[in-house]
Design a protein around this ligand. Structure first.
Ligand code: F0G
Length: 469
């Protein structure tokens, strides 16, 4: 297959089937100019003739000298062929692992060998965002953008800043809410040299402002309303399948914030099925934090559905009005998903339809306990990522996920992104615990691994090791 010998082989298309307006990949759009809905990147698969089997991707592992074959995103270029090879940008993203974790599986309630953790914290900037950023930067290069912006709870901004610093293709401008970003993530943006604008508001405010500013100043937006970014995030699912020998698991469980990942995963599976590369899709579980639970509220409580694109989205508007009226703001220790107005809501509803999805919400206590279990299992993650494990546990307890089913939880971000939450959970300092977690309704740290304090004396140290070692 020749990737993009002709530019009309890839195009942008409105996700509303009644509109389905199409636009060239050369255009920079974050919504359909005709009807305002979200846009997909679409392909003329009949003419592109993608590979008839997965083997072509596996063979690329052998080409270690070619950065595009090694990239966990561009190894799958044939499945996201919107830009020619010469414009593709990689900093080595996507070298991530799918691992079975029986200790975490036991915590979740699954039989041995059934729980898999897809550890996206291994990406260059420490989160799954790099998958999408490689794709967004490739598109930005294609259209010649010089400045890029995003609103962020911290990981998109870290990723944008890193790609700017490494590639020198664009100047990065990031918008963050006040006091809403963990130091691990903030330090990345500052260190990589992005222009960091802290606005008086939260993520939802920052998102609204960056859209306005990007439109006004013609700055390239790399938030997940950018359909090209989601193309990169599809590859997380390709790698999961690759690790499972192309065998589709029963469940994918992912935290939900702005709903980019869940949307990308649904699109990935719909496309693989349409291409005949898989014959069934997994079920999808999207997990909200209870303090930022818009999707759960709309999907599980108010019955909002995609209905093949014929959804009446009025319940979402009513819900947002209620939030405004009651001055309710997203609030969770899982700051990465502290979002009340997910920009990809419509696409996520479509993904939930594709994958017969469910949505759950998990408490701060559940998130932190799951996070401690993930850490004890050897895969540290940040609080938002642990929502996937906490959600899987809930679904097993409910009997929605069977104990024998194969479940893949996506660990979206690295443990070191947010050490404050980790230290507060394991601390012996009651004040630190109360101030950081107690104030959020967390009453216990059941899986805490507390430091043992001893005097600066050999006998005390030996005694402590005898006692606890
Ligand atoms: N997990 C982590 C670690 C994240 O950083 C995010 C999103 C999510 C989960 C939610 O993913 O938006 O695809 O549903 N972080 C964004 C940011 C919002 O600005 O870094 P989603």
């Amino acid at each position: 297959m020749s990737v993009l010998a002709r530019t009309d082989l890839a195009f942008q298309r409105c996700i509303d089937p009644a509109c389905a307006a199409t636009y060239s990949v050369d255009e920079v759009l974050t919504a359909c100019p005709v009807c305002g809905n979200l846009l997909d990147v679409a392909y003329d698969w009949d003419r592109l003739r993608p590979p008839g089997s997965f083997e072509v991707f596996e063979r690329k592992w052998l080409q270690r000298g070619d950065p595009l074959a090694v990239s966990g995103v561009w190894r799958f270029h044939e499945l996201l062929p919107f830009a020619p090879r010469e414009t593709l940008v990689t900093v080595g993203e996507g070298q991530t692992l799918l691992s079975v974790s029986d200790p975490v599986g036991a915590f979740v309630g699954l039989r041995p060998g059934r729980l898999h953790l897809q550890y996206e914290g291994l990406n260059p900037s420490g989160s799954f965002k790099d998958n999408g950023m490689a794709a967004a930067f490739s598109h930005a290069r294609l259209i010649g953008a010089r400045r890029a912006a995003c609103a962020s709870t911290g990981n998109t901004s870290a990723s944008l800043a890193l790609y700017c610093a490494v590639t020198r293709l664009m100047r990065g401008i990031i918008f963050i809410g006040s006091g809403k970003i963990s130091y691990g993530k903030l330090s990345q943006a500052l260190d990589y040299g992005a222009l960091t604008i802290q606005i008086a508001g939260d993520f939802d405010d920052a998102m609204a402002r960056v859209k306005e500013v990007a439109g006004k100043l013609g700055i390239y937006l790399v938030n997940s309303v950018n359909p090209f970014r989601l193309e990169g995030q599809k590859t997380i699912m390709f790698r999961v399948l690759e690790s499972l020998g192309w065998d589709v698991p029963e469940w994918i469980v992912v935290p939900g914030g702005n709903l980019g990942n869940s949307s990308a995963f649904g699109k990935a599976f719909a496309e693989l099925r349409a291409l005949g590369l898989i014959d069934r899709v997994p079920r999808l579980a999207v997990i909200n934090a209870a303090g930022a639970n818009t999707l759960h509220e709309l999907y599980e409580r108010r019955g909002l559905r995609w209905l093949g694109g014929r959804a009446d989205l009025a319940p979402a508007c009513h819900y947002y009005d209620e939030l405004d009226r009651d001055r309710r703001r997203a609030d969770t220790i899982a700051s990465a998903i502290e979002i009340n107005r997910p920009v990809n809501l419509n696409k996520c509803l479509r993904a939930l339809e594709t994958c017969d999805g469910v949505v759950r919400q998990v408490s701060e206590q559940e998130i932190l306990d799951a996070k401690a279990q993930v850490g004890a299992g050897g895969f540290g993650c940040e609080p938002a990522s642990a929502a996937s494990v906490a959600g899987a546990r809930q679904l097993v307890a409910e009997g929605v996920i069977g104990r024998d089913e194969r479940v893949v939880c996506i660990l979206t971000g690295h443990q070191l992104k947010d050490p404050t939450a980790t230290v507060a959970y394991h601390t012996t300092d009651q004040k630190l615990f109360n101030d950081t977690l107690g104030s959020r309704g967390v009453s216990r740290a059941s899986f805490a691994n507390r430091a043992v304090s001893v005097g600066n004396r050999i006998d005390e140290i030996v005694q402590a090791i005898d006692l606890y070692g």
